[in-house]
Design a binder for this molecule. Structure first.
Ligand code: IMP
Ligand code: MG
Length: 180
């Protein structure tokens, strides 16, 4: 399969197929089901990128869960992180909650670090992270990701919630930058 998509000025080629992604999501959900048996974790979905992953993940959970959302923004309209993380919409009380942060990708780790530090102020029982993608080589902050879907190299990807200049989030597969 060699699907190419054009988003604005950039071309992307398929990197991880929908089938591969959904198998991985099921594996992560199975682990969460085991680890959180008897508990009701709060799935904290980081908007907008984690929407598609979260929707697939929570439907595979056999344990009960609560849903919360937060908006985090660190990227501008290009492919470079702004180095600043803006958080919006923390309205809930997370006291004694078992929080699972649901993310699309862990890049520098700054978003997760900022969010985790903020959440600790609420006195949760636990905080873990589930991310469909991780770029270990891009890491600037030391963050622990308990549930990682795929570790990928330090390249820009789109699809399955991830965007390039707000485009491409709806794609079912994950695509990587393609230079011809
Ligand atoms: P971090 O704070 O550097 O870990 O960046 C995390 C956020 O940057 C992710 O939640 C994404 O929204 C965005 N991001 C990082 N890498 C990519 C990418 O390859 N494609 C699209 N968005 C990305
Ligand atoms: Mg994100």
């Amino acid at each position: 399969m060699n699907k190419i998509v054009q988003l604005n000025d950039k071309k992307f080629k398929i990197y991880l197929s929908e089938d591969e992604i959904l198998i991985k999501v099921k594996e992560l959900a199975d682990r969460i089901n085991k680890d959180y048996a008897g508990k009701t974790p709060t799935m904290l979905i980081v908007l907008k990128g984690a929407m598609l992953f979260a929707s697939d993940l929570i439907r595979e959970l056999k344990i009960g869960c609560k849903l919360e959302v937060i908006s985090a923004k660190s990227y501008g309209s290009d492919m470079e992180s702004s180095g600043l993380v803006k958080l919006k919409y923390i309205e809930s009380n997370f006291k004694n909650s078992d929080i699972i942060i649901v993310e699309d990708i862990i890049d520098s780790g700054l978003t997760i670090k900022t969010l985790t530090d903020e959440l600790k102020k609420y006195g949760p029982a636990s905080i873990e992270v589930a991310s469909i993608l991780s770029k270990p080589q891009a890491r600037k902050e030391d963050v622990q990701i308990k549930y990682t879907g795929f570790e990928i190299s330090n390249l820009f990807v789109v699809g399955y919630g991830l965007d390039y200049a707000e485009l491409g989030r709806e794609l079912r597969d994950i695509y990587i930058l393609y230079e011809d």
